[in-house]
Design a binder for this molecule. Sequence first.
Ligand code: SF4
Length: 223
Amino acid sequence: MLNKAIPAYTLGKLQMYDECPQKYKLCYIDKIHIVEPLNQTQTGNNLHNIINYYLKGMDVTRLVEALNATDKRLWYNFKNSDIKHYKVVNSEYSFNLKIDEYWLTGRIDALFEFDGNYIILDWKTGESFAPERVKFQTAFYLLCMYEILKLKKLINSPEELSLQYFNLAADSKITIHFSQELYLQYRKHLLEIINCIENNKEFYCNKTPACKQCKYYRACPYI
Ligand code: SF4
């Protein structure tokens, strides 16, 4: 008899279920594909690629020359920031790890070491950025990276890890410091969500005023 495959949970999957189980069903079970506008994504991708090449030690001069004026400003905000004092551990860092019997998979923009501590860096290229909107991402990145660094015996406590959101348009950073308390809280929440996904047959809806911004608005049976 074949063993049942253990699914890998990505940030996108878990975050979507956390936002609305019905949205998760439309996307991952019904597989409804909604095409979104590309403009903002394109700017983000160009800069993400250039920053990644730069952190890997490549000469990006000609790539930067080809950027438009707005993107060039974002690039120089990155390049001239205090990040130049950090030691690059990895960029576009893809990871897989097991928590309990579940596999988690994801990718962070970059991991740095500075002053004996580790810093996950996530850069944002959009004009408006609010950390409350990425709370789940914050939990996922800190939890996964801590488990990985602990496994590699590079870190002793959650307090040695932090996450920085760098808003390139505003040239400002927000730092979230990890702690033992947050570690236990994030781990519990993440496992609760996975447990719900594994056992939920109904996928109730989280109908809220924010539904108007949901990309599945027109496909949602609850609207
Ligand atoms: S429209 Fe609202 S209830 Fe429907 S999937 Fe989107 S968030 Fe969920």
